[in-house]
Design a protein around this ligand. Structure first.
Ligand SMILES: Cc1cc2nc3c(=O)[nH]c(=O)nc-3n(C[C@H](O)[C@H](O)[C@H](O)COP(=O)(O)OP(=O)(O)OC[C@H]3O[C@@H](n4cnc5c(N)ncnc54)[C@H](O)[C@@H]3O)c2cc1C
Length: 380
């Protein structure tokens, strides 16, 4: 095989986005994926992902989100397919809690439309939901839902259309760099290139072992629940939702198929050692907390799941991503630790990684995501 300019290890959400961006720039790129392309064993599958701009995690993400919206839009046009559903997002939580306070801060600082309601007003505006009386409620009309599986497939198709090469069912077992070239060894072959991007998701610790990043992988259960009520149908204007409750944070989507809604817990998760052998069965203990949330806040929904999926979060200690150049090899860049909120950023992370590998820096504001930040260094 001819030598490529850049190799990307891991063709999930972030890796396929990096492949698109490099291919758009005319770089010959080779993406290597250990499973089949578009698989369901990592972090980028399961129908839907929330996208929003009033970012309660930190206002510094907002410039990246502006760019992510533009790039998703471009991908939709280039690929000729619908990837975004304009559902809006309703947030419910204590006025001084992380969610409401953080979303309002980002909205104020960056001029993002966020409509405020008391719990009582929200009951009328969003029928079917029961907002706890002590909660404030905020609605972001510009937020929505990304169709995650279609997004990943569109990125893969677009990269291939632009001449990227994708190899699947081949696991990278080792890589090395001398600063000018890289050698990547897989279960079947050896490949050479000028530069390397590592986007290995839950396998980042394995692929970036020498960096000793403080990443923890957790198993996340996602359920689909039967709903009779039209209140929860997308076609009736039901929004995507996120609740900060005393016992955890919970989110979900309107019904797109007219019979089920997807609901999950964002907080918590069972730590796992090996992402390859995670238990994908469903157990009653998986949905006890979800059950209680549904009974309290979405009582029209049957609280027993009709189907489920298991997905992986890769958490950093401060729940912020880590995106950087390798400290030793400037021809190696990586992005990891998306902590259960990274998908919406895929295309802008692809752009950042392409900048880092081509120019050694990026004009996009990612300093707060560096591997040298105190929260990460303190853990090493
Ligand atoms: C249940 C759930 C709900 C979520 N909800 C949201 C949401 O609403 N909004 C949002 O923005 N984000 C959300 N997220 C987070 C988001 O989906 C992730 O942050 C994002 O998908 C991570 O992408 P990734 O590319 O890092 O990982 P992945 O997509 O898993 O990609 C990593 C890839 O690398 C491959 N790989 C690893 N090691 C090797 C190797 N040695 N050789 C070859 N290939 C390798 C893996 O097989 C995998 O395909 C959610 C995540 C989960 C699990």
């Amino acid at each position: 095989m001819k030598k490529r300019e850049t190799i990307v290890i891991g063709v999930g959400g972030m890796g396929s986005a990096a492949c698109v961006e490099l291919a758009r720039r005319g770089v010959s790129v080779l993406g290597i994926e250990q499973f089949r392309l578009g698989h369901d064993r990592g972090s980028s599958h399961g129908e839907s992902r929330i996208i929003r701009k009033a970012y309660f995690e930190h206002p510094d993400y907002v410039p990246l989100l502006h760019r992510a919206y533009e790039l998703w839009n471009k991908l939709e046009k280039d690929a000729g397919r619908n990837l975004f559903r304009p559902t809006g997002l309703v947030l419910s939580g204590p006025a001084d809690g992380e969610t409401i306070q953080g979303a309002r801060l980002s909205a104020e600082q960056h001029g993002i439309e966020l409509q405020n309601f008391t719990a009582n007003e929200a009951l009328k505006r969003f029928p079917g939901f029961v907002f706890p009386a002590e909660h404030d409620v905020a609605f972001e009309p510009g937020a929505g839902t990304l169709l995650v599986d279609d997004c990943v497939q569109a990125q893969i198709d677009e990269a291939v259309r632009l001449d990227a090469t994708m190899i699947d069912n081949e696991k990278v077992v080792d890589w090395s760099s001398d600063g000018k070239t890289v050698r990547v060894r897989t279960t079947r072959n050896e490949y050479h290139a000028n530069s390397l991007i590592v986007t290995a998701g839950a396998w980042a610790n394995e692929c970036l072992r020498s960096l000793g990043l403080p990443l923890k992988v957790v198993r996340k259960f996602v359920g689909w629940f039967h709903c009779q009520s039209a209140n929860f149908h997308e076609t009736h204007g039901c929004p995507t939702f996120y609740f900060e409750m005393p016992h955890g944070t919970f989110y979900g989507f309107p019904s797109f198929d007219g019979t089920t809604v997807k609901v999950a817990e964002h907080s918590g998760g069972e730590p796992i050692d090996d992402p390859a052998t995670v238990d994908r069965e469903s157990y009653p203990s998986d949905f006890v907390r979800l059950n209680s949330f549904l009974t309290t806040c979405l009582p029209e929904i049957d609280p027993d799941p009709v189907r489920h999926s298991v997905c992986l979060y890769t958490r950093t200690p401060d729940q912020h991503f880590v995106i950087d150049l390798h400290p030793e090899w400037k021809n190696v860049a990586f992005a990891a630790g998306f902590s259960g909120h990274g998908f919406k950023f895929c295309p802008v992370i692809g752009e950042v990684l392409a900048d880092l590998i081509q120019q050694g820096q990026t004009s996009l504001p990612i300093e707060f995501l560096s591997r040298n930040r105190t929260a990460l260094v303190g853990e090493l």
